[in-house]
Design a protein around this ligand. Structure first.
Ligand SMILES: NC(=O)c1ccc[n+]([C@@H]2O[C@H](COP(=O)([O-])OP(=O)(O)OC[C@H]3O[C@@H](n4cnc5c(N)ncnc54)[C@H](O)[C@@H]3O)[C@@H](O)[C@H]2O)c1
Length: 401
């Protein structure tokens, strides 16, 4: 089949890599540098090896493009563009709209249009379908479906093949074609009764994580006040074989999903006049963690951080990826700077971030470990400063959550 995938980021490129083993794939992205690199066989995403891209290009089953005309004869179009929040924390569907414009203006035949971007229930039915129709130059009978993406970049045990995939079409024909497409590279497909159920399930999955992370972050503060180890307590609770799932405390949540998706759910809840109090409070607790951590560091260091050299170790939002979107490290650094500290950062995976470079490990009075990548040597990190505060729970013999 001829597949066009709109957006070649974490989600779109991952799908391109899997789909191009079975189909002819056009990877459409409006970032021309991404397109150039991909056509040169260079992947920019953890979990998608450059060799996979090269092989698909050499085999003739993958090509990246910024030219909308290349979408014209696609049989299936997958949308994988960002769905962030606006400045006033409302769903921002402008990327979805521009993807729909490219699809509408360029498709010359009827196709199946599948959304993989995360959004609120009703997005496929009330936004994507009307927008594609609005921009189409000719009346075409497209089919529409949703299959929310569950990829966890950098993860190797759960991938596109073995992670169960939800899907639903606006019509039975759209559902059947969606199943046919994904079954070429995914082993476990689960049809739900409407696109809205699939869209809501995706939001609830990430809300579940956001709320539980906030809960354990609050518990970290309670445990410290009680003078008990949170990690030993969590391990003890985790011996219960049912009804408990262990989450670890941290400096907060980052990435494109957990800090964002629950707010999409809160948005539709507020439109329906239903309170989303757990989501709002969980957001607050997670956003307050950097302040809590810096306050702990300050009180352990004579009550003032003025003039102290502090190195923040690990600025990616999670281990083993270079993704710094919504990273809590940013808030930790902001809080340290506000209290007069001289801050540097070290991250061998990220290397450059916000116009500055990763510094060599060490040379500071205080180190705060936000993210511990596998390439970091834990003994070196532990010995990198006279005082080390670990937010990851992975270092022993230092202060921390
Ligand atoms: N990253 C994840 O782990 C993950 C997991 C599950 C779901 N999602 C969801 O998938 C969607 C995509 O996320 P991502 O992490 O892949 O984003 P990303 O930022 O990594 O990639 C998006 C790509 O889309 C391109 N783009 C933006 N607008 C475009 C347009 N109109 N036409 C063509 N290309 C366009 C960008 O240049 C970029 O390369 C979001 O809705 C996100 O919430 C992400």
């Amino acid at each position: 089949m001829k597949i066009a995938i709109i957006g070649q980021g974490y989600v779109g490129l991952t799908i391109s890599a899997f789909a191009s083993k079975h189909h002819d794939v056009i990877g459409f992205d409006n970032n021309t540098i991404t397109v150039e690199n991909l056509n040169a066989g260079k992947s920019h995403i953890e979990g998608v090896d450059s060799s996979e891209i090269k092989r698909a290009i050499d085999f003739g089953s993958f090509r990246a493009t910024s030219n909308g005309a290349d979408l014209s004869d696609a049989e299936i179009v997958v949308i994988a563009v960002p769905t962030p929040l606006t400045k006033d924390r409302k769903p921002d569907l402008t990327f979805i709209e521009s993807a729909c414009k490219s699809i509408g203006e360029n498709l010359n035949n009827s196709a199946l249009i599948i959304n993989e971007s995360t959004s609120f229930p009703g997005t496929v039915r009330n936004y994507i379908k009307p927008l594609v129709e609005k921009y189409s130059k000719q009346p075409l009978n497209h089919l529409y479906a949703i299959s929310p993406e569950r990829v966890d970049p950098g993860r190797v045990d759960w991938d596109q093949k073995n992670t169960p995939r939800l899907y639903a079409g606006l019509t039975p024909e759209a559902s059947a074609k969606t199943r046919e497409f994904y079954s070429t590279f995914c082993d476990n497909l689960i049809e739900v009764s409407s696109p809205e159920v699939a869209e809501a399930a995706k939001l609830f999955e990430n809300t579940f994580r956001q709320v539980n992370i906030a809960l354990v972050n609050e518990f970290a503060q309670i445990s410290h006040a009680l003078g008990i180890s949170i990690h030993e307590t969590l391990d003890a609770a985790n011996t219960k074989p049912y009804g408990f799932m262990k989450f670890n405390p941290s400096s907060g949540v980052g990435g494109h999903c957990i800090p964002v998706d629950p707010t999409y759910l809160a948005f539709v809840a507020s439109q329906k006049g239903v309170p989303a109090t757990f989501i709002e409070r969980a957001n607050e607790v997670n956003l307050e963690m950097p302040k809590y951590i810096v306050s702990r560091v300050q009180s352990d260091n004579g009550g003032s951080l003025k003039g102290k050299k502090v190195q923040v170790i690990g600025v990616a939002y999670k281990p083993n990826v270079a993704d710094t979107r919504e990273t809590p490290a940013e808030l930790v650094i902001e809080e340290l700077v506000n209290r007069g500290a001289e801050v540097t950062w070290h991250d061998p995976v990220v290397k450059t971030w916000q116009g500055s470079n990763s510094t060599d490990l060490g040379g500071s009075d205080i180190a705060i470990v936000v993210t511990l990548h596998e390439v970091m040597n834990t003994s070196e990190v532990t010995a990198s400063a006279p005082y080390v505060f670990d937010t990851t729970g992975k270092l022993s013999g230092v202060q921390g959550l």
